[in-house]
Design a protein around this ligand. Structure first.
Ligand code: XAN
Length: 386
């Protein structure tokens, strides 16, 4: 496979990158309080944020991630810094200044009001307009963290801003059962968790809903009707014990699904790892009695490439090799075992008798950043393995 190129996208990353792998036995709500809010708050210090974000971008590029949707933090300077860094490294990115104004989060890490959250969101939008006016590489993304984090006025104002600007939106949906119970308590009049977003004008074709592990038939129908998109985050869903999302079930209902690493709920910066985990989680769903739930290698690679491109609304530009698309690609190099059984430097042992499909399968299960030789975004070489 050396000399061939393959594309990979990453529709979702968090700013909690330094916590990758640190989650203990927590689940979503205690994980947020114990690990996530303290780290995010600390990134208001721009020298620390610079170190963290630069490494995160280098790391995701080294794994072949040409496009990322980032949840930054509530801090405008450090969110703007993330946008600057993505632009200078050449990574295509959606940059979200996180909105969260309720007392779910501690007073030392939350927006002081819906008005200030909106004003700070606009400040980041203005900054990105100043560095990339046509959003050719960097685009703002409206980011209400999740329903329990946001007051109704804040969600309404972000819904109105979306209508005014046509910018994309990202948020979390139905990740964990305790979270769903909390949403029911906080929004007793809503028909469902998904309906909370819909009734605030936040569900549209440009909405990326992360997780959606426990959505009901009615919620799937509403997501389909609004043409909102789903980011499946299998590593995170397992790591913080959220549940097994039923991706086959989503696809059968015509939903658009891509993959997310969701660091640091997820432990890895690699979208290839997310593809692997999506395949394995689908087998856990199958073990629950639905054998057709299993996803194939082709299907998880679709989710990681064209699926992800559609989730971020760039399916006409990236995700495939059609004439007229932009050159976002990675070069993948496998190993080879020679006749004396000496192994070359490659990571994946190819003996020479494997079919093309078998080589791809070996790569999916055994590859990592060492098999990513080079990465291009919009034709620019943004990573080369030394
Ligand atoms: O995976 C997640 N990461 C987060 O930061 C978050 N916040 C709310 N819900 C969340 N889920």
């Amino acid at each position: 496979m050396g000399g061939k190129a393959w594309r990979i996208f990453l529709p979702r990353v968090h700013r909690q990158y330094p916590n990758a792998g640190i989650f203990g036995k927590t689940t979503l709500l205690d994980w947020l309080n114990k690990y996530t809010f303290p780290l995010e708050a600390s990134l208001a210090a721009t020298d620390k944020a610079k170190k963290v974000y630069a490494r995160c971008i280098e790391r995701t590029l080294s794994h072949g991630t040409t496009t990322a949707a980032y949840y930054a933090t509530i801090s405008v300077p450090s969110t703007n810094l993330l946008a600057d860094l993505c632009l200078s490294y050449g990574q295509r990115a959606f940059i979200g200044r996180v909105c969260m104004d309720t007392d779910l989060q501690p007073d030392w890490y939350r927006d002081s009001s819906a008005e200030s959250a909106l004003a700070d969101t606009k400040a980041t939008i203005a900054h990105i307009a100043s560095i990339d006016p046509t959003h050719s590489l960097i685009c703002p993304i409206l980011t209400p963290r999740f329903a329990p984090s946001c007051s109704s006025p804040l969600m309404h104002s972000l819904g109105a801003l979306q209508k005014e600007t046509n910018l994309p939106i990202q948020t979390h949906l139905s990740e964990n059962k305790n979270e769903i119970e909390l949403v029911k308590k906080l929004f007793p009049d809503a028909a469902s968790y998904t309906d909370v977003y819909d009734s605030h004008g936040l569900l549209c074709p440009k909405t990326i809903l992360a997780h959606a592990v426990h959505i009901t038939e009615e919620e799937a129908a509403l997501i389909k009707k609004r043409q909102a998109k789903i980011s499946h985050c299998p590593a995170s869903n397992s790591a913080i014990t959220s549940g097994t999302a039923k991706v086959r079930w989503m696809l059968e209902r015509g939903l658009d699904v891509g993959l997310g690493t969701d660091m640091s709920g997820g432990y890895s910066a690699s979208i290839l790892e997310a593809a692997r985990q999506a395949l394995l989680v689908s087998r856990h769903v199958a073990m629950g009695g639905d054998d057709k739930a299993k996803l194939s290698i082709e299907e998880v690679l679709y989710l990681a490439t064209r699926g992800g491109a559609k989730v971020v609304g760039l399916e006409d530009k990236i995700g495939g090799f059609e004439v007229g698309m932009e050159w976002d690609a990675q070069l993948i190099t496998l190993g080879s075992v020679d006749s004396e059984s000496k192994v070359d430097k490659g990571l994946v042992d190819i003996f020479g008798w494997e079919s093309w499909e078998e080589k791809i399968a070996k790569w999916v299960f055994n590859g990592d950043d060492r098999t990513t030789g080079a990465v291009w975004v919009k034709g620019r070489l943004v990573h080369e393995r030394q």
